[in-house]
Design a protein around this ligand. Structure first.
Ligand code: FAD
Length: 201
């Protein structure tokens, strides 16, 4: 059984950038692990020409009831979607977030929190920051994102000594995800400009 689990895990890891809906560990479609453009059946079959489909997935579509629900969330029925040429890239206002909206919001929170972390944190502030960061691999709703973050934290423990160290550490973790998704890495010397000071006049 353990051997089977390990081989399944290996198989999943090989499929870092497949098209379509990402399946959760329960074998069901994981909406919060998936970019909105892949929530609908048609989008799940669609191969992105710009390489923007960066979510983890196994390319398997879910049951029709699930895909219909996702099509409805995307703004119509599955049938209506197939005749609608324009599909928004993001969930419409009022819809649950997709993996990208959740990611942007989370990075914004984490980088901003790091940017305003004290230069000389108290032991309690350090402990609370450690708790916050170590909670993410357990609680972050995108399962595969959480798992990868947990693996990264095991290799690179959070550096909570001070504001500068924490901001750099977080920038590096974010860059790991950027690389995994095939995105450009961010120049970590610019974290303060991006998340605290803004561009110089
Ligand atoms: P984001 O990557 O969300 O970045 C937001 C802004 O942060 C950028 O516009 C840029 O100004 C700035 N920025 C970029 N890089 C850095 C950096 N290194 N340091 C500081 N600032 C930076 N999505 C998946 O599809 N699969 C995953 O496995 C996955 N794992 C994730 C794990 C975590 C812990 C988190 C928080 C998110 C994860 N995501 C994942 C979401 C993904 O990282 C992006 O948030 C999402 O794809 C939207 O990307 P974006 O291009 O809008 O910018």
């Amino acid at each position: 059984m353990a051997v089977e689990d390990a081989s399944q895990n290996d198989e999943r890891k090989k499929k870092t950038v497949p098209p379509g809906m990402v399946m959760g560990p329960d074998g069901k479609p994981c909406k919060i692990c998936t970019a909105f453009r892949n929530w609908t059946p048609r989008a799940a079959n669609h191969t992105e020409s710009d390489g923007s489909n960066k979510s983890r997935a196994n390319g398997t579509q879910g049951p029709s009831s699930v895909t219909s629900m996702m099509a409805a969330l995307a703004g119509g029925t599955a049938k209506a979607q197939s005749t609608t040429p324009v599909r928004p890239d993001e969930p419409p206002p009022g819809c649950p977030p997709d993996v990208e909206q959740l990611g942007r919001a989370t990075w914004t929170f984490l980088h901003t929190t790091a940017a305003y972390y004290p230069d000389k944190p108290t032991p309690k502030q350090r402990a609370n920051m450690l708790s916050l960061l170590h909670a993410l691999p357990i609680l972050y709703p995108c399962t595969w994102c959480a798992q990868d973050l947990g693996e990264s934290l095991a290799v690179h423990p959070p550096d909570v000594r001070n504001r500068t160290a924490l901001s750099l550490w977080l920038c590096q973790r974010h860059n790991e995800v950027n690389e995994k998704l095939g995105k450009e890495t961010f120049d970590c010397s610019k974290v303060d400009e991006r998340w605290r000071d803004g561009p110089a006049d």
